[in-house]
Design a protein around this ligand. Structure first.
Ligand code: G3P
Length: 217
């Protein structure tokens, strides 16, 4: 069960890395725009915060597989832990197949159907990213999609491709994604915060602090 952070904010990633529970990072062009910095520099800085087992997704943006591969090579040369993210399109899948054949890890993103998942597996993807929140926005059951992908993976003994639940908008999405068989969830930092917070923890802690002070008066 892995947890990734879904952000391009290096400062925030550095802060959350300190807890030792973060296994990787996903970025996308929108998150890069929010960071407002050179994407190659951002990916270099993020990847240096993690060991070689981590996965840092860097998304390529181009119309052709050929141009996607050129960008991918630049990201791949940064560090072993950089994963290339491609969209689930004809050119994206073509790039995925070529990169995977060279043992370069690829995350096929913007997944909304089982058909797309099957093609991404065939293209050798290391990760596929079903977008749970955006599925819901469009009346698609994203959690059911994860269950169906997991079922197909079991039936076909697929272990090389990992299900990375993305577009996570609340803590129920996290629980439901794992229950449905996701290997990884990628979380906006504010959703990660919500994972460990509970009002009963705060209440209990206040009482313990009070009793401890009284004992030590
Ligand atoms: O991981 C994908 C994510 O960044 C998209 O999230 O909330 O814009 O659908 P959202």
């Amino acid at each position: 069960m892995k947890i990734f952070l879904d952000t391009s904010d290096v400062k925030v990633i550095r802060k959350y890395c300190e807890i030792g529970l973060i296994d990787g990072v996903t970025t996308n062009p929108t998150l890069m725009k929010q960071a407002g910095r050179n994407p190659v520099e951002v990916i270099s800085e993020i990847s240096s915060l993690f060991n070689s087992d981590a996965s840092i997704s860097a998304e390529v943006v181009a119309d052709s597989a050929k141009d996607m591969i050129i960008q991918a090579e630049q990201y791949h040369s940064i560090n072993k832990n950089v994963t290339i993210k491609v969209p689930c399109t004809y050119e994206g899948l073509k790039a995925c197949k070529k990169l995977s054949d060279r043992d370069i890890k690829v995350n096929v993103t913007l997944i909304f159907s089982l058909n797309q998942s099957i093609l991404a597996v065939k293209a050798g993807a290391t990760y596929i990213s079903p977008f749970i929140g955006r599925c819901e926005d469009n009346d698609i059951d994203g959690i059911d999609l994860i269950s169906s992908i997991r079922k197909i993976f079991k039936l076909n003994n697929i272990t090389k491709t990992h299900i990375l639940a993305a577009s996570i908008r609340n803590i129920d999405h996290i629980n439901d994604s794992y229950k449905a068989g996701a290997d990884i969830v990628t979380l906006p930092p504010k959703i990660f915060e919500e994972m460990y917070k509970h009002f009963l923890t705060d209440q209990g802690l206040a009482q313990f602090d009070k009793d401890w002070k009284e004992l030590n008066k």
